[in-house]
Write a protein that binds this ligand. Structure first.
Ligand SMILES: [Zn+2]
Length: 201
């Protein structure tokens, strides 16, 4: 069964460059090494079978390994963790990731690895009441991704993700990084630091 966790500000930052003491603290906590990624708001999906610490230019890590954990680093974007009996994934989904369907691509890739009954959890991220964008951008995204709408000029990323991953149960922890001071937020506090979502089989 998969194990997963999300860190808060008090745990420390795991932004670039990866701070060795915080990295070690996380490894000690979960008892295994952690695979990170150099996120670029892409829809590149990487299946990792051997740990390499930092996977270049990807926003989705997928692994069937029980030897290491996968991490996604965020401040306001959604940290999406997906799991099934034999495969887990850590995905970085911001506005760009919602539009480029990185999460959907991840689910499709997991299925090719015989992953069944995939379930997801989304950790602390900016909520639909806080994520304001320009009028033109909001209108455009509300048209193509109706679930993101509701509030003029605001985007509900989680609702958009649920809509995109229809058929996959995805839970929202309902913690907003802008409203909750315990989390790093780039938008609210110009934090360059990052919290993590971590998952392991
Ligand atoms: Zn909020």
């Amino acid at each position: 069964m998969a194990r997963l966790l999300f860190t808060a500000k008090e745990f420390g930052s795991l932004a670039d460059p990866l701070c060795p003491p915080t990295r070690k603290k996380l490894e000690d906590l979960i008892g295994m090494p952690v695979q990170y990624m150099q996120q670029s708001h892409s829809n590149n999906v990487s299946v990792v079978s051997k740990i390499g610490i930092l996977q270049a230019d990807t926003d989705s890590l997928i692994s069937p390994s029980k030897e290491f954990a996968l991490a996604v680093r965020v401040a306001d974007c959604m940290p999406l963790l997906l799991y099934s009996k034999n495969v887990v994934a850590a995905v970085h989904v911001g506005r760009k990731g919602l539009l480029n369907e990185v999460a959907l691509k991840t689910v499709e890739k997991m299925k090719t690895l015989s992953s069944e009954q995939i379930t997801g959890v989304v950790g602390p991220h900016i909520c639909g009441d806080c994520y304001e964008v320009g009028e033109q951008m909001a209108t455009q995204i509300h048209q193509t991704h109706p679930a993101t709408g509701g509030k003029k000029n605001y985007l509900n990323l989680f609702a958009g993700l649920k809509e995109q991953l229809a058929g996959i149960p995805v839970e929202n922890l309902n913690i907003c990084t802008m409203e909750n001071q315990r989390y790093f937020s780039y938008r609210a506090r110009k934090d360059d630091a990052r919290q993590v979502g971590v998952i392991a089989l």
